[in-house]
Design a protein around this ligand. Sequence first.
Ligand code: ADP
Length: 353
Amino acid sequence: MNRIDADLLHALGELDEALAVLDGDFLVALNAPMQALVPGDTGGLAADWAAPLHGLASALEAPLGARTRCGVSGEYTAQRVALDARHVLLRLTDERARLHHLQRQLDDREGLLFTSRSLTVSEMGSVLAHELNQPIGATANLLRGLKLRLARKHPDSTDELAALDKAVQQVTYASQIIGRVREYTQSRQPNTELLDLVALVHESLALLDWDLQREAVQLTLRLPAQPVPVQGDAVMLQQVLINLLRNALDALRLDRPGEPLIDIELQLDGGRAELRVADNGPGITPQTEARLFLPFSSTKPNGMGLGLSICRSLIEMHQGRLWFSRRDAGGCCFHFALPIAVAATQPTLEKTA
Ligand code: ADP
């Protein structure tokens, strides 16, 4: 029997997936996860070894590369690939574990999207209330002034004066509604806990892994090796990160550079942690820059223009700061800085350009 490389056998032993090596009709090696699923001795006929697992023996007959369901309820997928001219690697995937993992990812995503939607509604309420308060207050003052002047100049215009009274009443009512929305949204305080900013970056990226892959974005991560503790609301901070990353992805998709890249860097500077999200997209014009953090200013066909203003207020709720700079080699860079929760134990990292 042709010997297979000892390093390869060692590597199989290190892997968590259930793997076996076949030489023609014979089983020559199997690692511990495979042994747990399909026990047996090497050196014998592969078909004999496979017989106890329903459908595995016929899966061994399937063409190379094909995925074949086996197990009583089809809970495993078997796939074989050629290792060399003689040897074939067999992989068994436990579909239940894979589906369970997938379901958890979908649940996490759904959970974040749900919270992020309800946060956005609340933030939007707050922004709308803030924006509408001013013109409604001004309208009420104008109407009151007009009524006073009319009453002075034409005291007998009773119909007009009554209509102005009604208009003032309506505007006052609108302003009371806005007052209530503001009260409600301002009472929403962050649900703070001790968080690791490094883990938060990884979790946010995991939620966007599909989008990053689809856009074939090259991701550069420069994160401290140790946790970076901050006091904060995990959902709110994750919402900020996801918003910045989504904006970068949008920019890279709308005006795609040759090699789209996103660069994430977390630096510790004194008592603050500064996170930067940079991209090599088209960047922004000075006009867009001037309105970047104003609500309802967007250059996207379906953009609401609320993301950055909401992100800034979320970071400010955490005693932090969010700002923009131009990336040296072209593109945008968004920064936010937050106070580090246990500053004394954190070494300061070197700054990189
Ligand atoms: P929206 O995404 O709905 O437009 P935002 O407030 O998140 O709202 O963004 C406002 C505008 O800022 C965007 O429409 C876009 O013009 C600009 N912008 C934000 N991030 C980037 C980026 N990474 N690259 C280029 N432009 C950006």
